[in-house]
Design a protein around this ligand. Structure first.
Ligand SMILES: [Zn+2]
Length: 412
């Protein structure tokens, strides 16, 4: 990770930063840390080298655009009147399985998640600068962002826990619904994370309330998250399910717990009983602090997949920069599904050819990025394959939730 020292702070902010970092230090982790080897570091560097060499070499050729707005050059989008993009074609029903709302943790003032704002400030916002950054659809999504964009991201993430993030104030229910409307996206699953903080670690509750107040529960399916070390985790999960949560999210690096630790396995057993699929962040994104990179390694996912063969697990970002290892896991475990967010178009095409479309799910990771960014790649690789397109965009999501319900009824 680049040093925090690159970010400038006011004195008031520094005080909160100190207390906030202490709170993070006190945050619950799980068992002892496992080795992160030189070979692990090398495989990440190798992925970054290889994708640079391969970019633009696939059947679609060069896939570089001037900012998010530049995606209007593609046949499926056009510029929308108030900025942003809208759909220019008809698509089958679309279900986005990977979306978040604004985060206010620790000291950050509460957000009004029911507010409509003029513009969404994405956490990685290519259109924020003039000229906008270049977007290459044929590299892992995070490779598009330079040191300045990454520094802005770190500042926003700190702000979400300390003094309040201006970007997060635009990650609201009405803004999400407006973007979904513009792009013909029917439904989305909201994925909170329980970080294990000592206080104000209540994303699941605040997002459930935001959805309840919006009356948009038919389109926004709330998710739940609990920390594997939380002694109340199973009681909380049952309560969230009773209030309408439809999916459970765990994030190994964000929670500092490997996906196969005993506390996590207890969560999966309860998800199986409740009929809730589990979305696990999978693979290294290349943005994490180095100290937690190892939690996201695919080899720590296998124990979860093997222990609960009836429970569907969605592996987030199809393994991010570890797509090869996560594809191998998906081939070995029929209960592994892949949310394809973030992958380079060429890699996504390889995954589709190797695994078939049946367990691939459209996800956008909004509001880190606009939904059109991930949608563009799914449309590129499914051009001329209408059955695959229908399945990945939404048909598979229906089957995923049905599979989770079956895991409950076949219960042990
Ligand atoms: Zn995400």
């Amino acid at each position: 990770m680049e040093p925090l020292g690159k970010i400038r702070f006011e004195r008031r902010e520094l005080l909160r930063l100190g207390v906030g970092l202490a709170a993070l230090g006190a945050a619950a982790g799980c068992g002892p840390e496992r080795p992160y080897s030189a070979a692990d570091a090398e495989s990440l560097a190798e992925q970054e080298r290889r994708e640079r060499e391969r970019s633009g070499g696939g059947p679609d050729g060069r896939l570089r655009f001037r900012g998010y707005r530049g995606l209007a050059e593609l046949p499926w989008f056009e510029p929308a009147p108030g900025g942003g993009l809208r759909l220019a074609v008809e698509l089958p029903p679309v279900f986005d399985v990977h979306v978040h709302l604004g985060m206010a943790l620790l000291f950050a003032p509460a957000l009004d998640l029911g507010r409509r704002t003029q513009r969404v400030h994405y956490l990685l916002d290519c259109d924020a600068a003039e000229p906008p950054c270049e977007i290459d659809l044929d590299v892992y999504v995070n490779s598009n962002f330079d040191a300045a964009a990454r520094s802005r991201l770190r500042r926003e993430l700190l702000a979400q826990g300390l003094w309040g993030s201006r970007a997060a104030a635009t990650h609201t229910v009405p803004n999400l619904l407006a973007e979904m409307d513009a792009l013909g996206i029917a439904r989305a699953a909201l994925l909170p994370i329980a970080f294990g903080l000592p206080f104000r670690d209540r994303l699941t509750e605040s997002w459930l309330i935001a959805v309840e107040r919006s009356g948009a529960g038919a389109r926004l399916w709330p998710g739940a998250s609990v920390h594997p070390r939380d002694p109340e985790k199973l009681v909380k999960l049952r309560g969230y399910a009773a209030r309408g949560a439809r999916i459970v999210k765990l994030h190994p690096a964000g929670q500092r717990c490997y996906a196969d630790e005993p506390g996590a396995l207890e969560i999966y057993a309860e998800c199986e009983r409740l009929g809730l699929p589990v979305l696990l962040h999978a693979g290294r994104a290349g943005l994490e602090p180095e100290s937690v990179l190892g939690y996201n390694l695919p080899r720590h996912l296998e124990g979860a997949l093997a222990a609960f063969p009836r429970l569907p697990f969605v592996l987030g970002h199809a393994g991010a920069r570890d797509a090869g290892a996560v594809l191998a896991l998906a081939r070995a475990h029929p209960n592994a599904w892949l949310d394809v967010h973030g992958q380079a178009a060429g890699v996504l095409r390889e995954i589709l050819d190797a695994l078939g479309p049946e367990r691939l799910l459209f996800g956008s990771d909004w509001p880190w990025y606009p939904q059109a960014l991930s949608l563009a790649k799914v449309l590129l690789v499914t051009e001329g394959r209408p059955e695959a397109r229908r399945a990945v965009l939404g048909g598979n999501a229906e089957r995923l939730f049905a599979a989770a319900e079956r895991s409950a009824s076949s219960g042990s």
